[in-house]
Design a protein around this ligand. Structure first.
Ligand code: PEP
Ligand code: CO
Length: 454
């Protein structure tokens, strides 16, 4: 790897490590600096997961999404788990994302950019640094890249070696995603790959089948009238994304190229709500990257601070550079989003607007489980479409926490899950995800909403 001189910027010199001079929130405390240094040195020379060409292609796609010519579907687990790096779990998650994208492509009549929250989504921000049980006080679980969720001294110790495991699991995941995407997994002519055994609702099943049938019809017709095979109908591409939270890890994958520095551990890093502030090490870190970046925006970020952040991370007002992922909650979006849109419009930054209708809608049940109501998720998303429409801006995508498994973490949806059902298959260690059926239903709901707006 060739060492490049640091990039000059109007206010300070940026380098992959310049974030270290800023306050880095949400970082674990590693006891052994020598061990940490050894791990980071190893990571810094390992092959990257993605390439700059793929990243540039994603940015081009995001530019089209901000012009309303593509739709961004970003989804996956709140946090990946090392022991869920399994073929069935990866394939099921891919399957539901594919099925959702098929519904969206067909219903919205535009290409869909599929971005997984996977192959690196292993670090989590937490509201507290420590957690107590009885007399014992231990560091909180911060994702498998840092420590383990079990309440025990050894499990909760932040262990640098886990970054190597995170890298390896990310690589295995992405390798399998790429193999499935290239290998005909999504070939529409093999409908057995498209079975809907997780769908209990007859209505959803029939709606989906009708779409598949009509696409197959169109394919057969085109093939009958054209002697050439239709290219690419059996290939699908996925991009990866994760929260760029654990900065030493991100730095190790920040690689110099002739076009500048790229984070090559993922196509699309985003900054979470808790670290998205002007003075943060995270904003400093992403500012020098050539990757497109996502910024989560919630209530606590003042519009003026956001525009200052935009000026810093996007000084050239570059299309596709910044995606704003708003997450206000069903109660708050109506007041917060229109104001935000006005301020961002006035700033001149050509952002892509997307909505995360999950993180502002988390509730705790009487039994102490974190949950989200399907109808609240749906309603925040519908309001986002309406507000953008009324403001003359475009909602170009959605950011969802979902799984291909049949879990019971969010209430509502076609199966009418209630709070009392949540114990049946509640698996998340962090946030509640839409199960496969609820996720597919959400895709239909987006299509229905968009049709009413035409
Ligand atoms: C997340 O995406 O899992 C998350 C923690 O979101 P936010 O930063 O928006 O709270
Ligand atoms: Co989450």
């Amino acid at each position: 790897m060739s060492k490049k001189p640091p990039i000059e910027s109007p206010f300070a010199t940026w380098s992959p490590s310049s974030w270290q001079a800023f306050e880095a929130r949400q970082q674990p405390f590693f006891e052994d600096d020598v061990e940490l240094g050894r791990v980071l040195e190893r990571l810094a020379v390992l092959p990257p997961l993605v390439t700059p060409w793929e990243i540039n292609r994603l940015q081009q796609n995001l530019v089209e999404a901000s012009a309303g010519k593509r739709f961004l579907l970003q989804g996956g687990d709140c946090a990946e788990r090392f022991d869920e790096c399994r073929p069935d779990i990866i394939a099921n998650r891919l399957k539901v994302l594919l099925q959702m994208s098929l519904v969206l492509i067909y219903g919205l009549r535009m290409p869909v950019i599929r971005v997984g929250r996977f192959a690196g989504q292993y670090a989590k921000p937490r509201s507290a640094d420590f957690e107590g049980q009885g007399a014992e006080r231990l560091p909180t679980y911060r994702g498998d890249m840092v420590n383990a969720p079990e309440f025990g001294r050894q499990a909760r110790r932040p262990a640098p070696e886990r970054m190597i495991t995170a890298y390896e699991r990310s690589t295995m995941t992405l390798n399998y995603v790429r193999a499935l995407g290239e290998g005909g997994f999504a070939d529409l002519r093999h409908p057995e790959y498209w079975d809907l055994d997780f769908v209990t609702s007859d209505h959803l099943r029939a709606e989906y089948q009708a779409i598949v049938d009509s696409i197959l019809d169109a394919l057969r017709f085109t093939e009958a009238v054209s002697p050439l095979p239709i290219s690419n109908t059996d290939r699908v591409s996925f991009f990866t994304s994760h929260e760029a939270l654990l900065l030493p890890y991100e730095e190790a994958f920040t690689r110099a190229t002739s076009k500048g520095y790229y984070n090559l551990s993922t196509h699309f890093p985003w900054i979470g709500k808790r670290t998205n502030t002007l003075d943060s090490a995270h904003v400093e870190y992403v500012r020098g990257l050539r990757n497109p970046i996502g910024l989560k925006v919630g209530h606590d970020l003042e519009a003026r601070e956001l525009t200052a952040i935009l000026d810093r991370v996007d000084p050239d007002c570059e299309p596709g550079r910044v995606t704003l992922i708003t997450r206000f909650g069903v109660e708050g979006i109506e007041e917060a989003l229109p104001r935000l849109i006005d301020v961002v419009n006035a700033s001149g930054h050509p952002v892509l607007w997307t909505c995360d209708p999950m993180h502002g809608n988390t509730e705790i049940t009487e039994d102490g489980l974190k949950t989200r109501r399907f109808e609240n998720i749906q309603s925040e998303l519908e309001q986002a479409f309406d507000i953008h429409h009324a403001s003359g801006t475009i909602l170009g995508g959605v950011h969802l926490e979902l799984t291909g498994e049949n879990v019971t973490e969010c209430t509502g949806g076609a199966r009418g899950l209630e709070e009392k059902d949540l114990h049946e298959a509640y698996e998340s260690q962090v946030d509640p995800r839409l199960n496969a059926e609820q996720a597919l239903e959400m895709a239909f709901s987006i299509v229905r909403k968009c049709r009413t707006m035409r």
